[in-house]
Design a protein around this ligand. Sequence first.
Ligand code: HEC
Length: 155
Amino acid sequence: MHLRIITSIALTCGFLPGMLTAADPWVAPPAAAAVANPTPDTSATQDQGSAVYAKNCQICHGGSGNGDGTGAAYMYPKPAKLSDEAIQSQADGALFWKIGKGRNLMPGWKANFSADDRWAVVRYIRTFAAKGPGAGAAPVASATASGATAAGTKP
Ligand code: HEC
């Protein structure tokens, strides 16, 4: 009797650590991260990736990669904000590997579309870097470049 109780407590505790790893940092194996993106870095590749993204990723990651797609509201962990430094600082190979493999509510896409399409979607994810929270800095920089001082642009 006691043994059964102890066993069930041990089992419960055994499951908990597995559940708590849900929001752990997700690290690709170094060998996968080291693989170079074989697709050309052109607008044609970005367009190819954009089509894949609109169909398969936008529902969770949002139109601008901000992790705010319509499917995101009740998810834990949340779909990654692809415009974030934490994602943009990763190697193409690391993102490619994660997109293929998936984790938690993030589906693995290896069986759904070609490696070429997955590399292209990585190229497209790079375009979100400019649309992230730092994107507002651009007009200030161009005002300075056109001759106005930073102080002069204040109201
Ligand atoms: C059903 C919702 C859903 C869809 C569809 C989806 N994702 Fe995700 N994605 C997630 C969630 C949730 C996470 C966070 C997973 C985690 O950290 O365990 C995530 C994480 C990621 C990450 C971040 C990995 C990291 O370093 O933390 C990338 C990159 C990514 N997704 C790309 C994509 C791409 C590209 C597609 C389309 C091919 C896609 N996702 C489709 C839900 C989704």
